[in-house]
Ligand binder design. Structure first.
Ligand code: AGP
Length: 624
């Protein structure tokens, strides 16, 4: 995830500030979308000026002298690295060989390798490791073939597969910023003094509240006097380098302008009252982006894991719960000896760890000290270490032999949500691939699971919208309780553990998760009239849970369940249910956690707590 901005002023005096300063202010409002490098391109009377650097905005502003640069139009970018580590050269804007085309981009160009190879064979020289740079060279190539800058831009866009929001300056077509959008968000802001392009409304909210939200496959340009929006009618992914402009339909932008009355604070949260709720809603995209990117990265890791004697998955808090899901799936699908360990407990197992072990260290931040220390310990014993993290170039990534990156984008709420589902989706993909590779999973079954996995983001979207109203209602009941159990079996157990963690973390209600079969060996002693017990039912294990529910009900428990549609005994067994679409048991943890996240969120809000900043907790725990 990155933030992009484009600004065209109506005159050199507009907004009464240097353009560099306005770009800097807008990027600061987009910083939540990425913060590993920053850059801008401004067209001034002296021509195109590009400045960019690795580092957070506040660190690089004076280094790059943002505020001193003036001009009539320009673009800016704050980066969350996906292709190519954070560095000055990988920072955006990316340019073509001639240095006339400057591109800022948010998203992932899936077919960039193919495009890059084709362009290199036509004489283009690439400087960065980014996927973005292909866009600049594609435009240049079509210009070389005789197309106008704008047609060359449109033609370039037809070859892009993946997600993108782009803003492009080409000094050969002065005064315009070209744009295109597919999947990644892009909005236009309009005021008397300027026109804006941005990944998100908050970027320009201080200057404009009249916006046009762009749709997929729309492209066009903004200039001092015009807003042009066209819809691509057909996308031609073939790279034949002909000069036929793509077919488009013009859109009357005036019909799409809407006025918004957000405050800047509301807008940073995209209109959501809290980051946590926004991040819950971002989960389908987090999983989709992660799956797109890991599907190309994991082949090598699958081969390494197939040779391991044992695979240990380690993590803290929510990341440990992802580790539990991963180890269960590796055992079940790939018949691999695999265990999950809490990072801070790894030291007690250290004597049995050796160079036949592979350790997957899971941490959204990549900076949790317990996990870092564990990685150092197991490396010392010769184990191969693989980081699974959401932060490129984090300490964990740097200190591990190999890294796998989730693409959830920055997570601001202290309670992990979208990073968890991205971790679980990654581990599910890994276990399915390993099972297929090792032949423990029938190849048809492996393909079926992978196809189903690719549809999971859609299922997540529906689940969020159907569960949210119910979570609001049930939170009224949970908010009156002081303690709660979450019970499940198999993959339902880590899902229950994560649900319980969310509730205690942000609603401050004591919550414990147990294997459902274990509940009668002690925990049941606490259960009396009205004691809340949540059951996680993912699919195949449903019948095994029935007797555990009956045992609780016989003691007066108030029962809640997350169940797949069609589980006939639901009505009889449970006081409240979240009924979810039935999906394969192996993939259910990615989706079935959603009602618990929403329940914790709404309970916290009902009780008057701020779910984004729970007491006593920090987003990244760097103390032992
Ligand atoms: C999760 O909601 C918590 N904030 C916490 O348990 C967290 O998962 C843990 O501190 C590990 O963080 P990491 O993933 O950044 O390593």
């Amino acid at each position: 995830m990155c933030g992009i901005i484009g600004i065209v002023l109506s005159s050199s005096k507009a907004l009464s500030k240097n353009l560099g300063r306005v770009i800097r202010e807008c990027l600061k409002n987009l910083e939540y979308r990425g913060y590993d490098s920053v850059g801008f391109a401004i067209v001034s009377s002296e021509g195109l000026i590009i400045r960019k650097s690795k580092g957070k905005i506040d660190e690089v502003v004076s280094k790059l002298s943002f505020d001193e640069f003036d001009g009539i139009y320009g673009v800016g970018h704050t980066r969350w690295a996906t292709h190519g580590r954070p560095s000055d050269v990988n920072a955006h804007p990316q340019t073509d060989c001639s240095g006339k085309v400057a591109v800022v981009h948010n998203g992932i160009i899936e077919n960039y390798m193919e495009l890059r190879d084709a362009l290199i064979s036509r004489g283009h020289e690439f400087r960065s490791e980014t996927d973005t740079e292909v866009i600049a060279h594609l435009i240049e190539e079509y210009k070389r073939l005789g197309m106008s800058s704008y047609d060359a831009f449109k033609k370039a866009v037809t070859h892009l597969r993946g997600s993108y929001a782009v803003a492009v300056i080409d000094v050969d077509d002065p005064g315009k910023i070209f744009f295109a959008r597919n999947t990644s968000p892009l909005v236009i802001g309009i005021s008397r003094e300027a026109k804006f392009l941005s990944s998100d409304i908050p970027a320009f909210l201080d200057y404009s509240r009249d916006v046009i939200v762009l749709n997929d496959d729309e492209l066009g340009y903004i200039s001092k006097d015009a807003i042009v929006i066209e819809k691509l009618v057909d996308k031609d992914l073939r790279l034949e380098f002909d000069r036929v402009p793509p077919k488009t339909e013009f859109i009357d932008y005036r019909l799409r302008v809407r006025h918004i009355d957000w405050t800047p604070e509301m807008a940073k949260k995209g209109g959501y009252p809290h980051f946590m709720l926004k991040e819950i809603h971002e989960q389908p995209r987090a999983v989709a982006d992660t799956l797109i990117s890991i599907s190309k990265e994991l082949d090598n890791i699958v081969k390494l894991l197939s040779k391991a004697d044992r695979v240990l998955l380690i993590g803290s808090g929510t990341s440990y719960h992802a580790a539990l899901v991963g180890s269960l799936l590796l055992n079940e699908l790939a018949y691999v000896k695999s265990h999950a360990l809490i990072s801070s407990e790894v030291r007690w197992f250290i004597n049995s760890i050796d160079d036949d072990d592979v350790v997957i260290a899971i941490s959204q931040s990549g900076e949790t000290i317990d996990t870092l220390l564990a990685v150092r310990d197991v490396r010392g014993k010769g184990a191969l270490t693989i980081a699974l993290t959401n932060v490129i170039d984090s300490t964990l990534a740097r200190e591990s032999h190999l890294s796998i990156y989730t693409r959830a984008g920055p997570e601001i709420g202290v309670a992990a949500t979208k990073t968890y589902v991205a971790q679980v989706a990654t581990l599910s993909y890994l276990a399915i691939s390993l099972g297929g590779y090792m032949g423990t999973l029938d190849s048809n079954k492996a393909s079926e699971l992978k196809s189903e996995l690719s549809l999971i983001p859609e299922v997540m979207s529906t689940t969020i919208s159907t569960c949210e109203p119910r979570a609001r209602v049930i939170s009224g009941v949970i908010g009156t309780k002081h303690s709660m159990y979450y019970l499940g079996r198999g993959l339902g157990l880590p899902t229950s553990m994560e649900g319980a963690l969310k509730l205690k973390e942000i609603a401050y209600i004591h919550a414990e998760a147990y294997p459902a079969g274990e509940s009668k060996h002690g925990p049941i002693a606490l259960v009396d009239e009205g004691f809340p017990v949540a059951f996680t039912v993912l699919g195949d294990e449903a019948e095994l849970i029935v007797s555990n529910v009956e045992e609780m009900k016989a003691r007066g428990a108030w029962t809640l369940a997350v169940v797949p549609k069609g589980f006939e005994k639901s009505v009889k067994l449970f006081d409240y249910i979240f009924e979810l679409r039935r999906i394969s048991y192996e993939l259910a943890p990615i989706v079935y956690i959603i009602p618990y996240q929403l329940l914790a969120y709404y309970t916290a809000v009902t009780l008057g707590y701020d779910p984004d900043k729970p007491r006593n907790l920090a987003k990244t725990v760097t103390v032992v």
